[in-house]
Design a binder for this molecule. Structure first.
Ligand code: GDP
Ligand code: MG
Length: 444
């Protein structure tokens, strides 16, 4: 089954099953049925990720979160991917908001959408900054109060463009320039440079170790509502904030394993001193991922996004200053990898084409299987639990209407007959119908 048919198929099935789920939760509320609260709890818990998955399918979105510690190299990685030095990347903190990058099919659909903060959202930001004692940010905000107010007043923007380079200045302004960025809630970039497939979304999540709870919450939300994760990792052993990434990914998506949707890019390899150091680096990181998340080694790619930008002439001046001269980078990579020809240094040694290929393979093949696995497990759990609830209710309320009448009299519940006659038949037919079509004659 291809992605298109799979996603519309599961869109239908998930919404059917979620109807059953609602219905079973209502059924379980009948006090006389004495349905164990555990069952309702299971249904509610299963419903959350199922609903999120359904929403993503409805929007035809496939979300890939790019996560990692601050300065791990996330923005640089995305720039290498897009082959344009677009997202601001530098030593200091420069990503204020989560940037979302959407793939569109044609060049003419390309645009930057900027969503500004409402007054309330702006006040909340101030409060949060005060709580964490972000004095610098608060000072900047006071300093540029008038400009920030103007940006908020002007409201949301849609800026069309043809080449990514043409949007660079505007992009920097709204995402990274302190005079403007604090007034911005979200930036969404729509480009045909992300992937051949439509509906792919990249999230550049601010480092979850930035100290702002807003960023941790954002990372958490993003990770529980995404289809794949690329962890950009700079240090060889997994740090605490990276453990959170594993935890949030696990919690949000219990029906598949982390190894089903996680990729790791070991960044910055050009800053290592020797081939031996590189070997140790990779070995330690792979062991760690295997131990912590059962992640196989083929999900780990090592490389340097910075070197990719430099060696392929995509780097802007400031990036050249940060990362170094092409000749230097070439020598370093050559030393580390024993690759000597220019072409392979530009591509293979940087790891960028390799990870892109892995992600595209995932998008083109594995993602249907993962969707299937995730949805089937969730659907089964919801149906099994609903059925259990149905049996509980059935046991307490015998199908024979006379007995039910008696039951009702005993209970002195006046409204019961009414409920019984109308609802019960309806409910039964509904369930029967569902089991006939979706469970017994289940397609696939
Ligand atoms: N030498 C080197 N520096 C890099 C590489 N990738 C990123 N950097 C630098 O590391 C710093 C942080 O990168 P950035 O992409 O902003 O990280 P982010 O905070 O995770 O988005 C910047 O100064 C980048 O220029 C790389 O592959 N090699
Ligand atoms: Mg960044």
């Amino acid at each position: 089954m291809d992605w298109k048919s799979a996603s519309s198929y599961y869109e239908t099935r998930l919404s059917d099953v979620l109807n059953i789920q609602h219905f079973a939760i209502d059924l379980a509320k009948l006090p006389q049925a004495e349905v164990p609260s555990k069952l309702t709890e299971i249904l509610i818990q299963e419903g959350i990720p199922a609903n999120r998955q359904l929403e993503r399918l409805k929007k035809r979105e496939f979300r890939i979160a790019v996560v990692g510690l601050e300065k791990a190299g996330k923005s640089t990685f995305i720039n290498a991917w897009l082959e344009c030095d677009l997202l601001p990347a530098k030593g200091g903190r420069c990503t204020f908001t989560t940037t979302q990058i959407y793939s569109v099919k044609s060049e003419s659909e390309q645009r930057l959408e900027v969503q500004t903060r409402s007054e309330e959202q702006f006040i909340n930001l101030l409060k949060e900054l005060e709580i964490v004692g972000a004095k610098e940010d608060l000072k900047t905000i006071r300093e540029y109060e008038t400009t920030l107010q103007k940006v908020r007043r002007e409201g949301n923007l849609v800026i069309p463009f043809t080449r990514l380079e043409d949007i660079r200045e505007q992009f920097k302004k709204y995402v990274a320039d302190e005079k403007y960025a604090h007034a911005v809630l979200e930036a969404r970039l729509y480009t045909n440079k992300l992937a051949q497939a439509e509906g792919i979304v990249f999230y550049d999540v601010p480092g979850s170790d930035s100290g702002l709870t807003k960023h941790v919450d954002e990372a958490k939300e993003m990770l529980s509502d995404c289809d794949a994760v690329i962890v950009i990792q700079r240090f060889r052993s997994i740090r605490e904030a990276e453990l959170n990434i594993i935890k949030f990914t696990e919690q949000g998506d219990k029906n598949i394993t982390i190894a089903d949707k996680l990729f790791v890019f070991l960044s910055h390899i050009d800053s290592l001193g020797s081939a031996e150091a590189l070997k140790n680096h990779v070995e330690e990181a792979s062991q760690d991922w295997l131990k912590r998340a059962n992640l196989p080694i083929n999900r780990i790619v090592l490389g340097s996004a910075g070197a990719y930008l430099i060696l392929n002439n995509f780097a802007e001046k400031h990036t050249q200053l940060e990362i170094g001269q092409p000749s230097n980078i070439r020598d370093k990579l050559s030393n580390l990898t024993e690759i000597t020809d220019d072409e392979n240094l530009r591509t293979q040694a940087t790891g960028i084409p390799e990870i892109k290929q892995k992600i595209f393979d995932y998008i083109n093949t594995e993602r249907v299987d993962i969707l299937k696995k995730r949805c089937e497990v969730s659907i089964d759990k919801i149906l099994d639990t609903s059925e259990e609830i149905y049996h509980f209710v059935n046991k307490k309320f015998p199908v024979n209407p006379e007995e039910a009448q008696k039951f009702e009299e005993e209970r002195r519940r006046i409204s019961f007959t009414e409920w019984w006659e109308k609802q019960w038949e309806y409910i039964k037919a509904d369930l029967q119908n569902f089991y006939d079509t979706s469970v017994i004659n289940k397609p696939l």
